[in-house]
Design a protein. Sequence first.
Length: 303
Amino acid sequence: MTARKRLLVTGREGQVVRSLLERTALHNDIDILVAGRPEFDLSAPASLATVIKSARPDLIVSAAAYTAVDQAEAEEELARIINAQAAGVIAEAAQALQIPVIHLSTDYVFDGSKMSAYVETDPVAPVSAYGRTKLAGEESVAAATDNHVILRTAWVHSPFGKNFLKTMLRLGESRDSVNVVADQFGTPTSALDIADAVIAIARNLLASGSPELRGVFHLTNSGRASWADFAEEIFRISADLGGPVAAVGRIPASEYPTPARRPANSQLDCTKLAAVHGVRMPDWAHSTKTVVTRVVQPLAASI
Ligand SMILES: NC(=O)C1=CN([C@@H]2O[C@H](COP(=O)(O)OP(=O)(O)OC[C@H]3O[C@@H](n4cnc5c(N)ncnc54)[C@H](OP(=O)(O)O)[C@@H]3O)[C@@H](O)[C@H]2O)C=CC1
Ligand SMILES: Cc1cn([C@H]2C[C@H](O)[C@@H](COP(=O)(O)OP(=O)(O)O[C@H]3O[C@@H](C)C(=O)[C@@H](O)[C@H]3O)O2)c(=O)[nH]c1=O
Ligand SMILES: [Mg+2]
């Protein structure tokens, strides 16, 4: 990019938003603008286009969403307004401004019955209300504009907001052991790595109108783990740093009942993103170490 570019990102305190704010600070040709509540409320989609137009962005990163997977089972209509209807309105605004939109989606669009990693063209079949509303979001973005990148990511963790990694460390402070599901597989993914990837993809979209750069792409850290493997790795790293530790009891999902069903396998094959956008993501354990270190060191310093 030659001139300075304005990236508008949706949400304020979300993991991906906070990571983008941190990472774009390292790029002096990118200005980041934040659109969040109360002025920008996804549950009231009619108000969104005005805010976007007055911000005059060069590209939109649509990162805000209804992400409470279990709660969505009881609030599917609200989740649908936020994850599908608002996503469509944001993409329509991008189309009206003739700018690209990068929209975040999820591995939970798949049912988890495939034995190997999912590719972008595999059939979708969400098994939860959250997954259904996120799939509807992909469809409304694609219907609104061809100038889109839909990034399906998964199992996001970071020093920010709420996530499984921070939940495990918090449980480790008060418990000797934690039971964790060992028969659901996917890939823990750092929001900081997602932010770096989004910046690289944004540069590509702003540099070229090529249709090949547009469409659906999978974006996770590399490798594969169960939630129990992830928990064990979190505590192993934390132990080395003198942080919270708990023994992990490996249990089947049937022994951890939740309102929402989750896929048994949602590993995503990210070959297309590497081939088309040149983005290669670190191994999940490597990025887990970076995040655990950032979460544990302030804890250790306060003792
Ligand atoms: N978390 C995960 O494990 C995964 C997430 N994703 C997707 O990635 C994207 C980013 O997720 P992540 O950063 O983890 O999200 P978080 O759950 O950390 O944050 C959600 C964000 O959405 C915003 N938001 C929620 N409701 C509204 C609303 N009514 N109006 C305006 N903003 C709202 C929140 O706003 P506020 O800042 O005001 O609280 C917050 O910024 C989402 O699209 C999500 O579906 C995909 C796979 C895994
Ligand atoms: C807290 C906890 C969870 N679990 C299980 C429940 C579940 O099967 C799995 C993960 O639980 P969580 O509720 O933390 O994660 P969940 O909300 O399912 O995370 C999902 O969020 C949405 C937004 C996505 O898009 C997905 O990619 C995925 O990251 O771990 C345990 O087994 N033991 C525990 O102590
Ligand atoms: Mg949760």
